[in-house]
Design a protein around this ligand. Structure first.
Ligand code: HEC
Ligand code: HEC
Length: 195
C-alpha cells in the first residue's frame, strides 16, 4: 500500500513537470518567428536574434563591419573565428586582440551562439556547417544561402552601396537591433524587396 502511494506521488510529480515544460515551450512559441509587437496600431516586427549586449564586443568587432550578433553563428564557428591565429588573418584583415580581451569576447559569443537561442530564426543559423575548410561565415550557412539566393548580383555584390553580403546593415534597416525580417529590407538604389 505504502509503495503504490509513493509511486502515485512520483507519477504526479512527473506529470506536473511535463505540464510546466509544455507551458514553457508553448509560451516560447508566441515570441518566435513572425512575432509582431503592436505599438498602438503601428505594428513592428520583433527581434530575430538577441541584440549585441557587450560593449567591448560592439567596439572591437564593430570597427570594420557591423558587430554581428552572437546568434548568427553556432558556437563551434565562433571558436574558429576567435582563434588567435585566425584573428591575425581574418578574411584578409588583421583583427588580432590581446589575450584577455580575445578570451572574454570569445566566451560572450559562444555563450550566446545560434544553437543556444530560443528564437527560431537564430537557431536556423546553427544548422549545417558555415563554410567547410575556410573560416566560417554567416553568409555561408545553409539558412543564409536559402534566404538570399534570389537576390540579383546587381542589387548586392555589384551594388556600390552594398558590395558584400557581409554588410547586412546595408539592406536590413533593423540589423543593428537584431531585426532581419524581410519587411524591413531596403536595398540601396532599389528600395523595398517584394518577392
Ligand atoms: C580590421 C577590420 C576587422 C575587424 C576589427 C574585425 N573584422 Fe570581421 N571581417 C573583416 C573583413 C574585411 C571581413 C570580410 C568581409 C567581406 O567578405 O565582405 C570580415 C568578416 C567577418 C565575418 C564573416 C561575415 C560573413 O561574410 O558572413 C565574421 C563572422 C566576422 N568578421 C567577425 C568578426 C569578429 C567576431 C570580430 C572581432 C573579434 C571582427 N570580425 C573584427 C574585417 C574585420
Ligand atoms: C543585398 C541586400 C542584403 C544583404 C547585404 C543581406 N540581406 Fe538578408 N535579406 C535580403 C532580402 C532581400 C531578404 C528577403 C529574401 C526573400 O524573402 O526572398 C533577406 C532575408 C533575410 C533573412 C530572412 C528574413 C525573413 O523574413 O524570412 C534573414 C534572417 C537575413 N536576411 C539575414 C541577413 C544577415 C544576417 C545578413 C548579413 C550577414 C544579410 N541578411 C545580408 C537582403 C539582404
Amino acid at each position: 500500500m505504502k509503495t503504490s502511494l509513493h509511486i502515485a506521488g512520483v507519477l504526479a510529480g512527473v506529470l506536473l513537470a511535463l505540464a510546466i515544460a509544455g507551458l514553457a515551450l508553448g509560451d516560447d512559441d508566441d515570441h518566435d518567428d513572425d512575432h509582431y509587437e503592436d505599438h498602438g496600431g503601428w505594428v513592428e516586427p520583433g527581434e530575430d536574434v538577441e541584440p549585441v549586449a557587450n560593449v567591448a564586443y560592439a567596439e572591437e568587432c564593430g570597427a570594420c563591419h557591423m558587430a554581428y550578433q552572437p546568434g548568427l553563428l553556432p558556437g563551434d564557428a565562433w571558436r574558429q573565428v576567435m582563434d588567435a591565429d585566425a584573428l591575425m588573418d581574418h578574411y584578409g584583415d588583421d583583427a588580432s586582440l590581446a589575450p584577455p580581451l580575445r578570451l572574454e569576447l570569445a566566451e560572450y559569443l559562444v555563450a550566446n551562439a545560434a544553437g543556444q537561442s530560443r528564437k527560431s530564426r537564430s537557431r536556423a543559423f546553427a544548422v549545417g556547417d558555415a563554410g567547410a575548410g575556410d573560416l566560417p561565415r554567416i553568409t555561408a550557412t545553409r539558412y543564409f544561402r536559402n534566404e538570399h539566393h534570389e537576390i540579383p548580383a546587381g542589387m548586392a555584390t555589384g551594388n556600390p552601396d552594398v558590395r558584400s553580403f557581409s554588410n547586412c546593415d546595408a539592406c536590413h534597416t533593423g540589423a543593428a537591433d537584431g531585426v532581419y525580417n524581410e519587411h524591413r529590407v531596403r536595398i540601396p538604389g532599389h528600395g523595398r524587396w517584394d518577392d
